[in-house]
Every structure is written in structure tokens, then in C-alpha cells.
Design a binder for this molecule. Structure first.
Ligand code: HEC
Length: 178
């Protein structure tokens, strides 16, 4: 619409039309704002406990069991399951690094990638080629990386080794081949 159309006679209705439009869009904006505020406060409410798992929580809940399960998978020759657990173990380390990038001046995130990345790559190759010998070597390197970090972070009391037997009893690891 050109301004030339705004003759003195029709200026008024157009102006009030604009005002009405502004009022409506203002109302819509307000509704969106209210909605957004509500969503934010919902999110804040659900996060009110402020629970952030500690490094040891991550270790014992998300990392240690998957280290065991990865071994069980390979021992059963179940390569698809090993690939699945390897992905989950890597994901657990990634989340740990994001949650605790620094710990008492120690760059945990950098330590994680520096120490675990080479073994993860070798494990992945071994699993893809279904090579049990290469897997055993890469798994032992990963376990050494667990212990290297425990030493580096003054937690040498936590010593990890390859499992000697499956201690997880509620999962059928001898499932039918997919
Ligand atoms: C980047 C460093 C790092 C790596 C890699 C690492 N850990 Fe840890 N881990 C820690 C630290 C730090 C602690 C002590 C946390 C604390 O108590 O505050 C710990 C503690 C633990 C604990 C004891 C938890 C408890 O509550 O008793 C277990 C079990 C553990 N790690 C398993 C592993 C396994 C298995 C691996 C390898 C697959 C591994 N960790 C790799 C840093 C690491």
C-alpha cells in the first residue's frame, strides 16, 4: 500500500485498522511470550533437584557395566551386540566429558578423548572384521586406558581388569542369532 492512498478521509479507518492489527499481533506475541515463560519455568521445575551425577556415579552406572558387557558380547562372538555396546560406552564417556569437562584442574574431557579414542578405533575395526584376537588386544588397551586415567586423577585405588566371567545374570547373552 502506498502512502498516497492515505487521503484525509480514509486515513482514520486505515489508522485504526493498523492499530487493531498491532493490538492483535501484540496479543499473539504476549501469548507466545507467556507460553515460552511457562515452558521455561516447567523446565526449571523439572530440574529443581539439580542432580548432576558425579564422576564416580558415571563410572559405576554408565561406564563399568558397558565395559563388562562389551567383553561378554565379544566372548559370545555376538558382534552386532558388541558394536551396540561399544557405541553406548563411547556415548557414556562423551556425556561424562560434557558434564565434567574439568575436575580439580584436571582436564577430564581431554583426558577421556586422548586416552580412549585409539582403543575405541581399534575396537571398532576388530568388531567390524569380527576379529577376536584384534578385539582382545584392543580391549586390553582400553582397560589399560581406564587404569591410566585412574592413576592420573589420583584414583589408583580403582583397578579395572577384563572380566573373568559374566556377572550379569538377568540378560540372555546367548540369544538366537539375529
Ligand atoms: C578420563 C579419566 C577416566 C577414564 C578414561 C576412566 N575413568 Fe574410571 N574413574 C575416573 C575418576 C576420576 C574416578 C574417581 C571418581 C570419584 O570418586 O570422584 C573413577 C572411578 C571409577 C570407578 C569407581 C566408582 C565408584 O563409585 O566406586 C570405576 C568402577 C571406574 N572408574 C571404572 C572405569 C572403567 C571400567 C573405565 C574404562 C572403560 C574407566 N573407569 C575409565 C576417571 C576415569
Amino acid at each position: 500500500m502506498s502512502l498516497g492512498m492515505l487521503t484525509p478521509r480514509n486515513q482514520r479507518p486505515i489508522k485504526s485498522g493498523i492499530l487493531l492489527a498491532l493490538a492483535i499481533s501484540g496479543y499473539i506475541a504476549l501469548a507466545f511470550w507467556a507460553q515460552a515463560t511457562l515452558t521455561q519455568s516447567d523446565a526449571a521445575a523439572s530440574n529443581e533437584t539439580g542432580y548432576l551425577p558425579s564422576i564416580s556415579d558415571f563410572m559405576i552406572e554408565t561406564i563399568q557395566p558397558r565395559h563388562v558387557r562389551l567383553w561378554v558380547a565379544a566372548r559370545s562372538g555376538d558382534w552386532p551386540f558388541a558394536a551396540y555396546e561399544l557405541g553406548n560406552l563411547k556415548g557414556a564417556f562423551d556425556r561424562l566429558g560434557r558434564a565434567h569437562p574439568m575436575e580439580h584442574e584436571i582436564p577430564l574431557q581431554d583426558l577421556i578423548s586422548g586416552l580412549t579414542a585409539p582403543s575405541f578405533e581399534d575396537l571398532n575395526k576388530a568388531i567390524q572384521s569380527k576379529d577376536a584376537t584384534a578385539f582382545a588386544k584392543a580391549y586390553s588397551d582400553l582397560t589399560a586406558a581406564c587404569n591410566a586415567c585412574h592413576q592420573a586423577t589420583n584414583h589408583g585405588v580403582v583397578v579395572i581388569r577384563a572380566p573373568t566371567d559374566s556377572s550379569i545374570s538377568d540378560q540372555d547373552f546367548v540369544r538366537a542369532a539375529p
